[in-house]
Write a protein that binds this ligand. Structure first.
Ligand code: ADP
Ligand code: MG
Length: 598
């Protein structure tokens, strides 16, 4: 008797499980499946990301469905389209020997009539995102009035995304006596509230200690000045040449910005966020899965559906607003028994958050130093040497060898190696030779207490929804400054004032040239009178002609040329970065162009 059989699963499922190659049930499966099979009960099941929760509810659900009836018998709600599709696919795999069982996915961004038609043909299980499900109910395209089971998957994330009201409304269309199974990685107050409000005496299962992070993930933090964040990110990537990573930013705008910079600096990067069309998102994910993209810069919401198993690093470019979200982020790596690293780049004011996270994940962080130029060069050289060692010889070059040998005949092996590595490496060396130490304690003797005696006028205020705090957040984020760099934020109705050190003035004026927010220009000017006064009163700046297009959006076609043409191109832009030139594969220009500014 195999271990799955012991849980009480039927022959059709066992065959499918064997096909999938699952050998032993995971802990959450072991604990949930027998209960769900044997009892008609509500259930709350908490387990980390990547522990096999889909099968924990999927197996028993499939076994309990009467596939002779075409009625909709179960509804699974999940936060994103990607996850919805992923669950649907998994369930289809599990039920492949149950011929008359139909699972239909219902999600936004695709034809609602097609989905309605699929349901009409008979969908015993509907897997849906809350928004689209609401639509379907409203338009009477789905009937969930006699379902026996409702699964809330990734409940914490659904609530994070503001789906509480949708869930509540959807549940009101389901029968009182149905059973509700809630699965979640974490148990914040909101989830507890749902459990209390919509469930009756649920059985509770917790795998590992509550909210524990995945244990084969190690956690590291790097302390840098806010404005060095991006350079620190590059170093972390350069110090890990085989990196295959997700980089988390807090906003769509930052996500786009960081991805664009990485692309310009020659990394295989792309952005994933909600402002991309579905097609663009699919394209990005496809490139990521096939490793054409090594660094996927994503928002939390967009990254929910990422089910890629071999991610080596998660990099928190910024910490999430909700500390609980950190677990989801770090859970993207260390999946399927592999090891992973979750790195956090933080500035001084955030250090205490690390302690909070440590408590939540019940794991210690290691404080690490951003590697210096020397270390990175060493790693890269070693990596190159290894690559050479592993490279299979291409015999198509044999006919050219006599000429090549002739050209190089005067050199010894040592000299040849040196020359070869120099070809590949001079740029890297040059870049990193001048590179400063980015670690915060030693960040170039920056005065800790700054006077901040330049006062600025900005033409936004409380009418635009700001208060001093949110305006300060906006400014520090947009300017890439530390929170301690912006002071005396005074928010009036339609304009505000703030102070910084004089050294930031250029940056600030430059940033807010042609800067638009919600279609309106945001102006910043230095005030003459340091205490008050409206300065020039929001003088309009000259705008570049045409509008719309971005000045520096470069076409991906630039990068077609492969290694050598790539290097030539980048040699002209020596200040740009250490990379040999763009290794970007040719992904649609539009992905990069789309930019959220709102
Ligand atoms: P979660 O929902 O907890 O984040 P998933 O259900 O997405 O996790 O499962 C993570 C991965 O583990 C998937 O690729 C899944 O196919 C695989 N998996 C699930 N259960 C098992 C098992 N018992 N043995 C091997 N792999 C499994
Ligand atoms: Mg899941």
């Amino acid at each position: 008797m195999n271990a799955f059989q012991k849980l009480g699963l039927d022959a059709d499922l066992l065959k499918a499980i064997e096909d999938m190659g699952f050998e032993t049930p995971s802990e959450v499966q072991e604990k949930s499946i027998p209960i769900l099979l044997e009892q008609e009960t509500d259930l709350v099941s908490l387990a980390q990301t990547g522990t096999g929760k889909t099968a924990a509810f999927g197996f028993p659900l499939i076994q309990k469905i009467d596939s002779n009836s075409k009625k909709t018998q179960a509804l699974i709600l999940s936060p994103t389209r990607e996850l919805c599709l992923q669950i649907t696919n998994e369930l289809k795999n599990y039920s492949k020997y149950k011929k008359s069982l139909n699972v239909v996915a219902v999600y936004g961004g695709a034809s609602i009539t097609d989905q309605a038609r699929a349901i009409e043909r008979g969908a015993q299980i509907i897997v849906a995102t809350p928004g689209r499900m609401q639509d379907m109910i409203r338009r009477r395209m789905a009937n969930i009035s006699s379902i026996g089971y409702c699964v809330l998957d990734e409940a914490d994330e659904m609530l994070n995304m503001g789906f509480y009201e949708d869930i509540k409304s959807i549940l009101s269309h389901t029968p009182q006596e149905k059973k509700t199974w809630l699965f979640s990685a974490t148990m914040p107050k909101e989830v507890a509230k749902i459990a209390k409000k919509f469930m009756t005496n649920p059985v509770e299962i917790t795998v590992g200690s509550k909210n524990m992070g995945t244990s084969n993930v190690s956690h590291e933090w790097y302390l840098v000045n806010h404005r060095n964040r991006y350079d620190a990110l590059k170093r972390l990537a350069d110090a890990n040449p085989d990196i295959f990573s997700v980089i988390f930013c807090r906003t769509k705008r930052d996500t786009q910005k960081v991805a664009e910079k990485l692309i310009e600096d020659g990394y295989n990067a792309a952005a994933l966020h909600g402002d991309l069309s579905q097609n663009q998102r699919d394209l990005v994910m496809k490139s990521f899965r096939s490793r054409q993209i090594q660094m996927l810069v994503a928002t939390d919401v967009a990254a929910r559906g990422i089910d890629v198993d071999d991610i080596t690093h998660v990099i928190n470019y910024q910490l999430p607003d909700e500390i609980e979200t950190y677990t989801h982020r770090s859970g993207r790596t260390g999946r399927a028994g592999k090891n992973g690293v979750s790195m956090v780049i933080i500035s001084k004011s955030e250090v205490r958050k690390i302690r909070t996270i440590e408590k939540i994940i019940q794991q210690k962080f290691e404080e690490k130093q951003i590697p210096d130029g020397k270390e990175i060069c060493k790693t890269q050289l070693f990596h190159l040497a290894n690559d050479i060692k592993k490279t299979e010889i291409n015999h198509d070059i044999d006919p050219y060898l006599p000429t090549i040998n002739e050209a190089l005949e005067d050199f010894t092996k040592e000299e040849l190696i040196k020359k070869f590595f120099s070809v590949e490496f001079t740029r890297f060396f040059n870049y990193y030779q001048k590179a400063p130490d980015l670690n915060s304690e030693s960040a170039g003797g920056r005065p800790q207490v700054s006077e901040g005696n330049t006062r600025y006028f900005i033409n936004v205020g409380s009418k635009d929804g700001y208060d001093w705090k949110s305006l300060k957040d906006f400014l520090t984020e947009e300017l890439n400054l530390d929170r301690d760099d912006v002071f005396k934020v005074d928010c009036k109705a339609s304009f505000s004032f703030f102070n910084t050190d004089e050294k930031h003035t250029d940056l600030i004026l430059k940033t807010f040239t042609e800067y638009k927010q919600n279609g309106r220009f945001v102006n910043v000017e230095v005030t003459k009178d340091q205490q008050s006064g409206r300065g020039g009163g929001g003088r309009k700046r000259e705008r570049g002609g045409g509008g719309g297009g971005r000045r520096n959006s470069k076409s991906f076609d630039d990068n077609k040329g492969g290694k050598f043409s790539g290097r030539r191109r980048s040699e002209k832009r020596d200040d740009k970065g250490p990379r040999k030139g763009s290794r970007n594969k040719n992904i649609e220009n539009s992905i990069k162009r789309r930019r959220s500014k709102a």
